[in-house]
Ligand binder design. Structure first.
Ligand SMILES: *Cc1c(COP(=O)(O)O)cnc(C)c1O
Ligand code: SF4
Length: 336
């Protein structure tokens, strides 16, 4: 079977079908990339703990035959995830108790995170949510009601951040209803989406979704999540363009990851590519110290040196803010 033909067929399908056809095993992904699992430090135990999940659109951006591909590093379950690194634990940000109770996390002034779903289209190995009991985070109708009521009752909230998991895994109808409900809350000024789907499953940016966003009475802000310039393919570019052309403010957040984007050239190229396609670099996050992610850590001192080099090369608007999360703090902690 020709791979070319296969992919053409796949990308002609809707986003739900593309999601259903995502890679879920180490063997299938390796086979597609012309790699042998025997030559890689893969771990079935790591995959049992946090499953492999990679849409073809993302895998198609990987270099065939390259075991060090920066996109592959982000999704391949490896033995290093099982090592215990000092200082890494299951809930480094301290979000868990808050999130499981009401579906909202209200830590920062004027903004709440609204946890819509615990799942994602892609499973990023470095994710701090990898240890969360996804089942508890699933948004029941009851919890959704409680979350909306919470936002309604606190007039100090001006911005709702739809997060997850990935909020765009909700279907168009359910998502539109949610946007309408939030739209009717007078004191809200903005609705922000934190989603990796325009990057990993760009087919999710449907006309219906765009209509929902455009018709909202609130300002819409879209923060995508892209870590490496190679993630930006023609489908991603089209999705970003569609959002941008409809007046939606587009930003990007990345995580600084060892072996993925921990060099000046990669960070500069990422910022350049994003901006070329209408996306403004917003945050570069220091890794949250979650169990299973220690091998991705870039020490803070090294991160500071890197971002200063980026700053020396690029205009200010292309330099993301280097930030870290601190449990109990009133905002992200700016490092530069
Ligand atoms: C990151 C984060 C936000 C958003 O912070 P901004 O600085 O406004 O981007 C809001 N709430 C929580 C709990 C967060 O972790
Ligand atoms: S898309 Fe975001 S929330 Fe989902 S696994 Fe990746 S880093 Fe985690």
């Amino acid at each position: 079977m020709s791979e070319q033909l296969d992919e053409t067929l796949h990308f002609g399908k809707n986003w739900q079908q593309q999601l259903a056809e995502a890679f879920t095993t180490i063997n299938d992904l390796c086979h597609y990339l012309h790699l042998s699992p025997d030559d890689l430090p893969v771990s079935k135990a790591a995959a049992d703990d946090f499953p492999l999940r990679v849409p073809l659109s993302f895998a198609a951006c990987m270099e065939k035959g390259n075991p060090y591909d920066p996109l592959l590093q982000q999704v391949l379950p490896v033995k290093a995830e099982l090592f215990a690194y000092p200082g890494f634990n299951r809930d480094p940000v301290g979000d868990l108790p808050a999130a499981t109770r009401t579906g909202v996390i209200h830590k920062y002034h004027g903004r709440v995170l609204f946890i819509n779903t615990g799942s994602c289209a892609i499973n990023c190995r470095y994710c701090f949510r990898r240890n969360f009991p996804y089942y508890d985070l699933q948004l029941s109708k009851q919890k959704e009601h409680a979350a909306i009521q919470y936002i309604q009752e606190d007039t100090g909230i001006s911005e709702v951040i739809l997060s997850g998991g990935d909020p765009l895994l909700l279907g168009d109808t359910r998502f539109a209803k949610l946007i309408r409900q939030l739209g009717s809350i007078k004191h809200l000024k903005r609705i922000r989406l934190h989603s990796r789907l325009p990057i990993v499953l760009p087919a999710r940016i449907t006309d219906e979704l765009i209509n929902t966003l455009v018709q909202s009475s609130k300002q819409i802000i879209f923060v995508v999540h892209c870590n490496h310039a190679n993630e930006i393919n023609t489908r991603v570019i089209a999705a970003c363009k569609q959002l941008k052309n409809n007046g939606i403010a587009l930003f990007n957040q990345s995580v600084l990851l060892k072996g993925v984007n921990d060099n000046v050239a990669a960070l500069c190229e990422l910022s350049e590519q994003l901006f070329t396609h209408g996306v403004i670099p917003y945050y570069l996050h220091i890794l949250d110290k979650a169990t299973g992610t220690g091998h991705f850590e870039v020490p803070e001192a090294e991160a500071l040196v890197l971002i200063k080099h980026v700053q020396a090369r690029l205009p200010g608007y292309l330099v993301p803010k280097l930030v870290k999360e601190k449990a109990g703090a009133m905002s992200k902690q700016y490092i530069l």
